[in-house]
Write a new protein. Structure first.
Length: 193
């Protein structure tokens, strides 16, 4: 028996909490990214060049990109190309209650999301949520024809600190709103080769 996989490759890795905390501490929150991003939230900021370079040179970024391409090459029969990643955009989002990110795509070849923190009450809000699919504050990746009820067209994930997702930049994704008091922190970037 063989199972055929469809759609884009999305990987999920884990980053150490101390590395995530250090990354968040490097956010200077000086250059607003609001006019360049899709989010319906007030606090989105670009990291400075020194932090972008620090992250791009980290073993965590390199290992994530390598793991992504290993995962893709396992799914394809074509030979593995050696590509050099270049981190072009790098920002941090501070989502508050009611904020959300509508369905959107990024620029570049690959994008990533790192979760830094979630409101203390968000897990309880999810447990008490009476909806059937997407939970408050989830990141949702969607692909394909939603009208086809036999197709898996979305995956959603709770924002656990340290989760590191890498995915094709043109993969549509969004973040659902939440009501819990506090701040949901995520860090994102785009990569070209």
């Amino acid at each position: 028996m063989e199972i055929l996989e469809w759609g884009p490759c999305v990987i999920k890795a884990r980053l150490p909490f101390d590395f995530v905390d250090e990354l968040i501490s490097k956010a200077k929150n000086e250059v607003s990214a609001n006019s360049m991003l899709a989010g319906h939230l007030k606090d989105q900021y670009f990291f400075d060049r020194a932090t972008l370079d620090w992250f791009a040179d980290s073993e965590h970024f390199a290992n994530g990109i390598d793991y992504y391409f290993e995962s893709v090459s396992k799914r394809q029969s074509s030979p593995k190309e050696i590509l050099t990643p270049n981190l072009t955009d790098f920002w941090i989002n501070y989502m508050k209650p009611g904020d959300f990110n509508p369905p959107h795509q990024h620029s570049g070849a690959l994008s990533f999301i790192i979760f830094g923190d979630a409101p203390a009450g968000l897990l309880e809000e999810c447990v008490n949520h009476e909806g059937t699919t997407i939970m408050p504050g989830d990141i949702v990746f969607q692909y394909g024809d939603q009208a086809n009820k036999l197709a898996i067209t979305l995956h959603h994930f709770y924002p656990n600190k340290g989760d590191f997702f890498i995915f094709p930049a043109n993969l549509q994704h969004f973040v659902s709103p939440f009501k819990s008091e506090g701040t949901r922190i995520s860090i994102s970037g785009n990569v070209v080769f």
